[in-house]
Write a protein that binds this ligand. Structure first.
Ligand code: ZN
Length: 441
């Protein structure tokens, strides 16, 4: 499966001094052993156990004829490198690793590398994505053994090429396409079986709410003025909202309960698989104007209520591109007329909940002063049969919003407000569902 072939065990000819002509300050004086020892307490948290390789640093070296990319690890790992277009990028896949980069080297932006990002892509698989400024071909990655206080290093050289050659070589490896398709089928959880004959039918089906913490893993979302990451804020908020809703007797599922990326259409499939009565996607916004602040609630619309909402939808829909997800299966022709009919009722219900959410949130936090309920074409809201809203909890680019979003009090208060909106919309459940019978925390 993994292209371990020539790369690993190849005692490489490159001199380590060439790779690390100027070792970064963060690595000086630290040996590989004590770096790993420092990280040891974090290791058992990983589902893959304590033997998971640790990524220690990443560097970009811009040279006249090439750009050299170096990832330093505690252990050698097999890698697979492929390229994708639109936007042009290089994807490095490896087994699950722990990311412990200290102040990673950032590219100047003027060479071949515009930016890069990394994270857990799905359980067992980690991914590193390099965004390119100009087309480049990647040479076969080399693995250097530990030396002079450095750990194992994956060395990837990028050479300039033409757009036509880049496009011709780009594309998804066939087995990965299959893997993504399988993951999607797994996400489409079968509907719960109807009660067997003879069993008393429940008075009323318990209401099911699916909460979606936006972004995750390789996709951090927006970064707050104090460095806080959207993916972490919304995961914590999702967990608080889950508890608040369970206390009120609803059945609650999360699309993710760890720092992992889930493709947008898979999030939609999870909601449909659980036959959710409501899907709530949680996000935090950012704006170039640091004065813009307040929460806002979005519903689905193809036309969009205004330019700002449309721009926000484009930004949130970029998640899959950021994580390097295969989008080639998108836009498959579907029975659009049927979906339109189902969607009309779904959209009415979504809007109804959005109004309740705005009204409840306004009692707990600041609300965007102008039109706090807007609509745009968010991919994650596109289930035809599940009412869905996307809540931007506030602006991480605003100092006041960012500071309050960092507190447990604010997160609890907004979680309670959203839960109150759910109750106002659905009414209390006919049969309270014991929390113990629901999915584990
Ligand atoms: Zn977001």
């Amino acid at each position: 499966m993994w292209a371990t072939g020539g790369a690993i065990g190849l005692a490489c000819l490159l001199a380590a001094t060439e790779v690390f002509a100027q070792p970064a300050a963060s690595s000086s004086g630290r040996t590989i052993e004590n770096i790993i020892a420092e990280q040891a307490p974090a290791a058992p948290k990983s589902p893959a156990g304590p033997s998971v390789p640790v990524v220690l640093s990443a560097r970009v070296g811009e040279q006249p004829d090439r750009t050299r990319f170096v990832i330093e690890l505690s252990d050698p790992v097999p890698t697979r490198v492929f390229t994708l277009t639109n936007p042009d990028r290089i994807v490095i896949d490896m087994p699950e690793v722990l990311w412990r980069l200290q102040g990673p080297d950032r590219p100047s932006g003027t060479g071949a590398v515009r930016a890069y990002r990394y994270g857990l892509f799905r359980p067992g698989d980690s991914r590193f994505v390099i965004d390119l400024n100009k087309p480049a071909t990647a040479a076969e990655p080399l693995i250097l053994p530990p030396e002079k206080g450095f750990g194992y290093r994956i060395v990837l050289d990028l050479f300039p090429t033409t757009e036509a050659k880049f496009a011709a070589a780009a594309g998804w490896p066939a087995d990965l396409r299959v893997k993504e398709a399988q993951a999607e089928r797994v996400a489409a959880i079968p509907a719960p079986a109807a009660p067997a004959a003879g069993q008393p039918a429940p008075q009323q089906k318990a209401r099911v709410v699916v909460i979606d913490a936006g972004h995750g893993g390789i996709d951090s979302g927006t970064t707050g003025v104090d460095g806080i990451l959207e993916k972490n804020v919304v995961l914590d908020e999702a967990q608080r909202l889950k508890k608040a809703l369970q206390k009120r007797g609803y059945v609650v599922h999360l699309t993710r309960d760890t720092d992992i990326y889930i493709p947008l259409r898979e999030r939609v499939n999870i909601a449909r698989g659980y036959q959710a009565d409501l899907f709530i996607s949680l996000h935090a916004d950012s704006n170039p104007d640091p004065n813009v602040s307040g929460a806002s609630v979005y519903t689905l619309s193809e036309s969009g209520s205004d330019k700002e909402a449309a721009a926000l939808a484009r930004k949130e829909n970029q998640s899959d591109v950021i994580a390097g997800v295969d989008l080639s299966g998108e836009n498959s022709p579907v029975a659009s007329i049927l979906i339109d009919l189902a969607q009309r009722d779904t959209m009415n219900r979504s809007s109804h909940f959005a109004e309740d959410a705005v009204s409840q949130l306004s009692q707990a936090t600041d609300i965007l002063p102008r039109e706090p309920h807007r609509a745009a074409a968010f991919v994650v809201l596109k289930a035809p049969d599940v009412p869905a809203v996307l809540i931007e909890l506030g602006y991480l680019s605003n100092a006041h919003d960012c500071a309050q979003m960092g507190t447990a009090e604010w997160r609890d208060a907004t979680a309670q407000a959203i839960a109150a909106a759910v109750e106002r919309d659905f009414g209390p459940p006919a049969q309270p569902v014991p929390v113990a019978s629901q999915t584990p925390e």
